[in-house]
Design a protein around this ligand. Structure first.
Ligand SMILES: Nc1ncnc2c1ncn2[C@@H]1O[C@H](COP(=O)(O)OP(=O)(O)OP(=O)(O)O)[C@@H](O)[C@H]1O
Ligand SMILES: [Mg+2]
Length: 448
């Protein structure tokens, strides 16, 4: 008798073990219960069954091959699934759809692909270190391997600043990686505007979606927007949720798809409206059963083993266990090497800010130059207006003032006398200047 059959019999559950399968992270024992057995009897005693089996984590999958119940136990040692192997597999070559992404491998190690274009958006959650970023990298790289840069563009939002920096400066990027929350909100608005522009194009060309449009006109790349940690974004800016909602509801036909990830799957972040618009969801190991319920509407993700172990909820409600494939940053760099290129910022606010700064700097310089110019032309004008003798007197006066200032700084007494004579000179000059001016005015009047 199998150990599991014996243990289950202690809880009044009768049946037979049909087989076992071992994958990179877990072992699955397939148990076929006798007709009439209530799964509830098993699920309510999971912790005791795990204790009796001598395992730390035990997950029960309600349905597996041949109407069995799957008992999933973590392996003693975990194997890493290289993304390269998954991408070279037969399943990768035959993966259908416009945007097939690698989810990883099934419990038995078979690669799994799903079409992001059909999902049409994906919500990813999991505790810190559970494998979200590695998973997102696997999605991105599997798409890059499949599509050319003119067929697919990414918008990446990375408030943590380190997860996506490797993707900067390459042809697949629609704009540089966004690390600032306000820029992220603007990027989402940019996508909403782009979606509206695309709808106008579809309307004009009498097509219903991006596939039809590309067949008829061509030149409309898919856009995949990936947000690694959207909780701060949603909480800090009230408009973000609305923009996500608009995109999630309408962007599919325009070829724009969202992948949102968070380590905080609380109800204020993964809100009802977000959940309603994201039927496809992926939960890596969560901190609690409550978090698992928030993201998947069922517990279970808290019992995953980490390191990319995940539960994928397909749009049709099917739940399957998947192990994410791994790719290192060096591996990503190697794949991106042929596509390196500078990417210009397209966010209008940023571009405008830079323009404004430049404009302010140039205007400031212009104003200073204007001031200088005005003073010089005024002096020039006055100088031209003076007669030859007046010019001489003026220069003499300046000369005396300079000598006076110099001598005054040496001897105070003498300077007094010198300044008296200067004052005398000044009054004479003023009087004469005045007389000259009046005389000129009378002359000019007479001329008229
Ligand atoms: N699929 C995988 N295969 C093997 N190891 C993995 C896998 N996924 C994650 N890991 C290991 O777990 C570590 C943490 O993964 P990752 O950075 O993806 O976590 P995270 O969920 O993004 O965490 P955080 O929320 O803190 O950003 C990785 O550096 C790697 O060592
Ligand atoms: Mg991460």
């Amino acid at each position: 008798m199998h150990q599991l059959e014996e243990i289950l019999s202690h809880y009044g559950v009768e049946g037979t073990v049909e087989g076992e399968g071992k994958g990179p992270l877990i072992k699955q024992i397939r148990f076929k219960p006798k007709p009439g057995t209530k799964i509830k009897n098993i699920t309510s005693s999971v912790e005791d069954i795990a204790r009796e089996m001598g395992v730390k984590t035990l997950r029960i999958s309600n349905v597996c091959e041949g109407g069995c119940i799957g008992f999933e136990i973590a392996n003693d040692t975990f194997q890493t699934v290289p993304l390269q192997d998954v991408l070279e597999s037969e399943q990768a070559k035959t993966a259908k759809g416009a945007l097939p992404i690698s989810l990883g491998v099934k419990i038995d190690g078979t690669p799994v692909f799903a079409d992001l274009a059909k999902m049409p958006h994906l919500l990813v959650a999991g505790a810190t270190g559970s494998g979200k970023s590695v998973g997102l990298n696997a999605f991105i790289i599997s798409l890059i391997k499949r599509k050319k840069p003119n067929e697919l563009k990414f918008v990446m939002i990375d408030p943590k600043r380190i997860e996506f920096s490797v993707y900067n400066d390459q042809k697949y990027m629609l704009m540089p990686v966004i690390t600032d929350n306000s820029d992220a909100s603007e990027a989402l608005q940019f996508l909403v505007d782009e979606m509206n522009k695309r709808y106008e194009k579809l309307e004009k060309s009498l097509t219903k979606n991006i596939e039809e449009y590309n067949e008829k006109e061509g030149g409309m790349p898919y856009i995949v927007a990936i947000v690694d940690e959207f909780s701060d974004l949603v909480l800090s800016d009230k408009t973000v949720e609305k923009k996500i909602q608009i995109l999630a509801q309408k962007a599919r036909a325009a070829g724009i798809h969202l992948v949102l990830a968070t380590q905080r799957p609380s109800v204020d972040v993964v809100t009802g409206s977000i959940k309603a618009n994201f039927p496809s969801r992926m939960a890596f190991k969560t901190a609690s059963g409550v978090d698992s319920k928030t993201i998947l509407d069922t517990t279970g993700a808290e019992d995953l083993v980490g390191r990319g172990d995940a539960l994928f909820l397909a749009g049709n409600g099917e739940l399957s266990r998947i192990h994410g494939a791994y790719i290192s940053t060096e591996g990503i760099e190697e794949i991106l090497k042929p596509y390196r290129a500078k990417v210009a910022p397209v966010l209008t606010k940023k571009a405008l800010e830079t323009e404004e700064k430049n404009a302010v700097a140039t205007n400031g310089k212009k104003a200073e130059k204007k001031k200088e110019f005005f003073l010089l032309s005024w002096i020039k004008g006055v100088w031209g207006w003076l007669s030859k003798t007046e010019k001489k007197k003026f220069l003499k006066m300046i000369w005396l003032l300079l000598i006076g200032a110099f001598v005054g700084s040496k001897t105070q007494n003498k300077s007094g006398q010198i300044f008296d004579s200067i004052a005398d000179n000044l009054t004479k000059t003023k009087r004469r200047t005045y007389t000259t001016t009046t005389r000129r005015k009378t002359t000019s009047r007479r001329r008229y």
